[in-house]
Design a protein. Structure first.
Lengths: 325, 521
């Protein structure tokens, strides 16, 4: 009952939130000077007044703002995200073409950051003030303080130019025309630098969180009890302490899913990664309203879904939450 | 046994000899930051669509590197004596990628579609009708002689599209097949991933026997110029056209296996200038405009800001065009003269040395051409008492909105000649093109009936020498009245791997022309 209620509540909340996201961004985009017709004229190296009027009529840009907004929302709720003004292709097609690349990047970065961060945090917590602990603290400080695009560019120079062992741009090598397994290996090879760049900030954060949380938990009575009953040190760490200490990491990972997606915009630009981030960035410049709104629609949905998953994971890890329902 | 072995070796050597001497096959990878909206140049001009578009779609004629028209889809052509009809004799047996034969009906359909939907209305403006007496001759009937016609029927502009695909009644500007094209050019579309890449495959049934040489062209999109130049430098891509950053050009020049050339940009004819809003209180006085022209040191822009890779522009026509007039007022740097002109115009220097202050718009995205030049102009114009405030626009549409609404005082601008002055030059100066809301119309609001008459006459003059004279006269007046301070040509360059690429595209249209003769090792 509690679970269904939770999901139902979240769905209602999701509809309201997505409407707010769409209305707000639709208005913001229309506040920006210039419209898609101006962009298309720019692409074409010139235009005539008649042609611009035709383009505006073609995409319904000649209608009043509220009518455009109403029509857009009406269609969006029917699952029709419209046609891209710039590419003249269905927005859903454009997004589905780019979504896998972003998902691959974000989830690889997230896994790397949570797993790596937790491991480093636990290692650092074992001997606070020791060498490992100091190194982890240093690493996390640098990782957290360095701007994403700077990290990306430095990695490009290091691993793309000085020691060229990783490809520095794109999702795969188009010219290779590889298929099957060799395509998968190629993609994994291309994924290394971007996912590291995106993940390293969060890795730093999670290692600090885990470390602090572990240190706190290790003072708890139940840890002393566990030790007293003769549990092995490993069991104490992993089963008793970590399970409690990891809760803040799960919370943060869920909450930061949104910021991970926005971080992806920068990483995708630096590494020429063909994902949603670059699509939304290009579309804002092109005043391609349907595409921008479509991407925001998708990413808002993803963030909401991620929060829901966080709640569910929480309940799995911490039985107390289940009992509270 | 020995003899068989020898024979086998000989055969192998012969085969390998053939493989080396014939340069057929291979993949050419082109890098670009330009993202085409779609691939149909009949309804979309611009570099982004033209590079893939001219591979997919053939045109009646093409031009060599000396502005001479060459047979392409039309094996011959002839103007009538009065210049009011052009007969194109199409190649027999030429087909579209789907196997349909190309007929004069497709030519008529294409020209009508372009005339109705292409932004460059002057290309086929005088074409009243296209007669199709038979499958292969197409006769273009003109309301007035139109010397720009052959250029308008060449690469990047006058593509022939199949009527059986695009003539189904849908709006050609938003036709679904614009991204899933059927043309008749040397390459056909294999994959179009918007903003990522375009893969073109060899057209096995291309109407020119023995061409194209390449098996495949891949056009890779880059999000930023730096990583694109790194990719060229590291050999990840084979060719990089429309490279305009002078530091990037210098960097690639240092690479021993890369050739960097400025050939192939005569037709596009890109100019960088400072535009005046001649309706503005201060700039309606020609003496103020002249003063600013005299105050700018073009040598400094070309040599110091652009590392010597751009050239000084002196007038409305690009120096690579046959209609370029060198004998115009050159506005060599003369600060004393500039100050005198400003005094004369009634703007004496105040106690702080300032005569008046103005705003200069620019797009920071064009760092070297607009931002750096704008930042140079600020202290430079200060020397003659003009305080310039720079106003950067966040992106193209913001800038275009401001300039096309005539809500500017001074602006940096980059405008292309597009081959013939009728297409890319007239539009900036004729009175009838002073329009609200249209970028790259006559946004300076410059109007001189004498210039209008000269340009109109030049646009209809068939005799090349007379036409050049008319354009020279028009350029002299325009430069004298400075609706724009002409600064420099855009330093467009093509970088290519010289150990790998044979026959790089160096005609007047450069990479916006069929790459059927290009080879890779």
């Amino acid at each position: 009952m509690g679970l269904i209620w939770l999901i139902g509540k979240r769905l209602l909340y999701a509809v309201a939130l997505i409407t707010a996201v769409l209305v707000l961004n639709f208005s913001l985009l229309h506040l920006a000077p210039g419209d898609p017709a101006d962009v298309i004229a720019g692409e074409m190296g010139g235009a005539t007044a008649e042609l611009l009027a035709e383009i505006r009529a073609l995409y319904g840009l000649d209608k009043p703002f509220l009518v455009q907004l109403g029509l857009y929302l009406q269609r969006a709720y029917q699952g029709d995200l419209g046609m891209s003004f710039y590419y003249n292709l269905p927005v859903v097609d454009l997004i589905l073409q780019r979504l896998p690349a972003t998902m691959l990047l974000v989830f690889t970065a997230l896994s790397f950051a949570t797993v790596g961060g937790t491991v480093l945090g636990v290692l650092a917590a074992r001997k606070p003030g020791g060498f490992t602990s100091s190194m982890v603290t240093l690493l996390s400080l640098v990782g957290y303080a360095a701007p994403i695009f700077w990290t990306g560019l430095m990695l490009i120079i290091l691993f793309g130019v000085v020691i060229p062992i990783f490809p520095i741009s794109g999702l795969y090598n188009v010219a290779k025309m590889a298929t099957g397994l060799s395509r998968a290996v190629d993609i994994a090879h291309h994924l290394v630098l971007p996912s590291f760049t995106l993940g390293v900030v969060y890795l730093a954060l999670y290692s600090r969180l885990t470390r602090a949380s572990m240190l706190e938990v290790m003072q708890a009575d139940y840890v002393r009890t566990a030790r007293a009953k003769g549990a092995r040190e490993r069991t104490v760490y992993l089963r008793h302490a970590l399970r409690n200490a990891i809760l803040p990491v799960v919370t943060m990972a869920g909450l930061q899913f949104g910021s991970l997606i926005s971080g992806a915009v920068l990483v995708e630009t630096v590494f020429n990664w063909p994902g949603l981030g670059t699509l939304v960035f290009e579309s804002v410049i092109a005043r391609d309203y349907p595409t921008v709104l479509g991407v925001l629609f998708f990413s808002a949905t993803l963030v909401i879904a991620a929060n829901l998953v966080t709640d569910l994971v929480y309940r799995m890890i911490d039985p107390r939450i289940r009992l509270q329902d | 046994m020995k003899r068989i072995m020898l024979a086998a070796v000989a055969v192998t050597m012969m085969l390998s000899g053939i493989a080396v001497s014939s340069a057929d096959g291979g993949t050419l990878v082109i890098a670009t930051t330009q993202k085409p909206r779609h691939l149909n140049p009949a309804v979309q001009s611009g570099i982004a669509t033209a590079v893939p578009g001219t591979q997919i779609f053939a045109t009646p004629v093409r031009f060599d590197e000396n502005w001479n028209p060459q047979p392409y889809l039309a094996e011959s052509w002839a103007f009538s004596d009065d210049g009011l009809a052009l007969t194109l004799n199409l190649r027999k047996g030429a087909t579209f990628h789907d196997g349909h034969p190309i007929t004069s009906k497709d030519v008529a359909f294409s020209i009508e579609t372009i005339k109705a939907n292409h932004p460059f209305k002057t290309m086929f403006g005088p074409v009243e009708a296209v007669d199709t007496p038979d499958d292969h001759p197409a006769v273009l009937r003109l309301s007035a002689p139109h010397p720009a016609l052959l250029l308008a029927l060449s690469s990047a502009l006058g593509v022939i599209i199949p009527e059986h695909i695009y003539g189904d009644g849908q709006d050609p500007k938003a036709h679904p097949r614009n991204s899933d094209t059927v043309g008749s050019g040397p390459f056909k579309l294999a994959e179009f991933k918007p903003g990522e890449h375009i893969i073109l495959e060899k057209n096995e049934n291309f109407f020119l026997e023995g061409y194209p040489k390449l098996d495949r062209i891949i056009i890779k999109n880059y999000k930023d110029v730096t990583s694109m130049v790194l990719a060229m430098d590291s050999g990840e891509v084979d060719m990089l056209p429309f490279l305009a950053g002078t530091r990037d050009i210098a960097r690639l020049r240092k690479n021993a296996s890369i050739e960097v050339t400025d050939q192939g940009y005569a037709a596009v004819g890109p100019l960088n200038w400072l535009a005046f809003n001649t309706k503005h209180e201060i700039f309606k006085d020609v003496r103020v405009r002249r003063a600013i022209a005299y105050a700018i040191d073009r040598d400094f822009i070309v040599n110091a800001l652009h590392g010597g890779f751009s050239t000084a522009a002196t007038g409305p026509v690009h120096p690579g065009s046959p209609f370029f007039a060198p004998d115009v007022e050159s506005y060599d740097l003369d600060l004393a003269k500039a100050a005198a002109l400003l005094d004369e115009a009634g703007y004496p220097a105040g106690s702080d040395g300032v005569r008046f202050s103005v705003e200069l718009d620019y797009l920071p995205a064009f760092a070297e051409q607009q931002k750096n030049v704008a930042e140079y102009l600020r202290p430079q114009l200060k020397k003659v008492g003009i305080a310039v405030q720079l106003r950067a626009s966040p992106d193209f549409p913001s800038w275009a909105k401001r300039v096309s609404s005539h809500e500017f005082e001074l602006t940096m601008d980059i405008v292309f000649n597009w081959g013939d002055p009728v297409i890319g030059v007239h539009r900036t100066y004729v009175c009838s093109n002073i329009r609200q809301g249209v970028i790259w119309s006559n946004t300076q609001s410059y109007c001189n009936e004498e210039v209008d008459a000269l340009l109109d006459a030049a646009g209809k003059e068939i005799d090349q020498a007379k036409r050049q004279t008319l354009y020279r006269q028009a350029q002299q007046i325009i430069v004298d009245e400075v609706p724009l301070a002409f600064l420099n040509t855009l330093p467009y360059h093509t970088a290519y791997n010289k150990n790998k690429i044979g026959n790089p595209p160096l005609s007047i249209w450069g990479a916006m022309a069929p790459l059927d003769k290009v080879t890779v090792q």
